[in-house]
Design a protein around this ligand. Structure first.
Ligand SMILES: *Cc1c(COP(=O)(O)O)cnc(C)c1O
Length: 421
């Protein structure tokens, strides 16, 4: 459920007509719903009720300061994957002890930044990283709390580019080598082993892979405890999928995911962390774009939009499906026809949908890409010198631009000319 619904024949974002935002901001733009963000965060928080837990929003999904502040006010922690994200979280007022640092390539510099500013834990992904962390922390006279990310070798049954829990993926250490690596960690100065971390992929539409992974984590917890490690925190990652096509998908609900967590690891008495990104923000955001031309081709017609792959790369990168709906509600009897829906970028990959059945649309009409809140704006670029797409946040009947569109001059003047030119 989200808060982008038709009312009296027009699409609203909560209580604001989308067309009103378009008139004020220009197209294309992203708009997020505060009520949806908060609702989704609470679904996770409530799903883990009764367990000592922290929901750490995976901010790589959408990292605007206003989104982070909205979630932090609800009590969210943050899962960061770079020094830049760490700084963004801190800038949004998130205390260090609510930030977990994930990622396979943390540099010594990033580690230092997090140790200086305060950190809940590092999720360590390799032995070399552990050695660097140990050295940096020792040098600073600190002790870094760590979990080690294990790769449970389960098939997440998701798109290959976002599966992370198979042995061939670059993430974590093989679970079969966990005892050895935990022993090594226990012997190193400057770090303290506090738990286990796992994250098997994104956009999972079944619970079974989670179940398999968490069972392995539960077994490993017992084994490591028997080896003498004080395993007291389990970071179970993110990855719960969302419905992209409203008509035919029903991914698992957070409440069932929570029950699964209780069933698989609840008896261990550990503090639980989860790191959802997509499910919190995916359906809390839409991308709004204007039809520039309706072009008739040979055997197929094109809707050419002013939004493009540089604004929303998911269809080009992951073959992702997004519902695309007119901002003016079509009449129930409106006849639909197939269109290829494309942007103006000079690449055939700049195609959002092929032969999509759409109601009648003309130049100047607005359309909305649903479920575009996650991995949308954060992956946007200025390819083809298209100024970075702006972001808007709605809260009830108010809206605010939370990242303005750069002017052409701002975009161009970011370049600097060497003195010999
Ligand atoms: C990307 C990522 C997440 C979030 O995944 P979603 O599918 O957006 O929930 C969580 N943890 C880690 C380590 C990640 O890399």
């Amino acid at each position: 459920m989200d808060h982008f619904l038709y009312r009296d024949g027009a699409l609203y974002a909560e209580d604001v007509p989308v067309a009103e935002i378009a008139a004020a901001v220009g197209t294309p733009f992203y708009v997020y719903s505060t009520a949806t963000l908060v609702r989704h965060f609470r679904l996770f928080d409530e799903a883990l009720e009764g367990m000592d837990h922290l929901v750490c929003y995976a901010m790589k999904a959408a990292s605007n300061q206003a989104i982070l502040k909205t979630l932090a006010a609800e009590g969210a922690g943050m899962d960061v994957v770079s020094g830049g994200e760490y700084r963004r979280a801190r800038a949004a007022g998130v205390p260090g002890d609510r930030i977990v640092f994930s990622g396979v390539g943390k540099t010594a510099e990033e580690i230092r930044t997090a140790l200086e500013g305060g950190i809940r834990q590092f999720n360590v992904e390799s032995e070399p990283e552990m050695e660097v962390l140990s050295a940096v922390a020792s040098q600073m006279g600190k002790t870094a709390p760590i979990t080690i990310r294990v790769n449970p070798d389960v098939d997440a049954k998701t798109h290959a580019k976002i599966a992370t829990g198979k042995s061939e993926n670059k993430f974590g250490i093989p679970i079969s080598r966990a005892r050895e690596v935990y022993a090594m960690a226990a012997a190193l100065p400057g770090i303290e082993v506090i738990g286990i971390d796992v994250h098997i992929g994104s956009q999972l539409t079944e619970l079974e892979p989670f179940e398999l992974a968490y069972q392995k984590v539960a077994e490993l917890t017992e084994t490591l405890r028997a080896d003498g490690h004080d395993i007291r925190r389990l970071d179970l990652g993110g990855g719960l999928g969302i419905p992209y096509a409203r008509s035919n998908e029903a991914p698992p609900l957070p409440v069932d995911y929570g029950a699964l967590i209780k069933r698989t690891v609840g008896h261990l008495g550990c503090e639980i962390e989860i790191e959802p990104g997509r499910l919190i923000v995916g359906n809390a955001g839409i991308l709004v774009s204007e039809v520039i031309y309706v072009k008739s081709g040979e055997g197929r017609d094109f809707l050419i939009l002013d939004g493009a792959m540089n604004d929303l790369i998911r269809p080009a990168m992951y073959e992702a499906y997004h519902d695309i709906i007119p901002v003016i509600e079509p009449a129930p009897a409106a006849e639909q026809a197939p269109f290829d829906i494309v942007g103006p970028v000079c690449e055939t990959g700049d195609t959002f949908a092929r032969q999509r059945m759409m109601p009648p649309l003309s130049a100047g009409d607005l359309v909305a890409f649903r479920s575009a809140g996650a991995y949308g704006a954060v992956m946007a670029s200025e390819y083809n010198s298209r100024p970075l797409v702006p972001e808007v946040l709605v809260n009830g009947d108010q809206f605010a631009v939370i990242r303005p569109r750069p002017t052409f001059d701002e975009m161009i003047n970011r370049d600097t000319i060497p003195e010999w030119l």
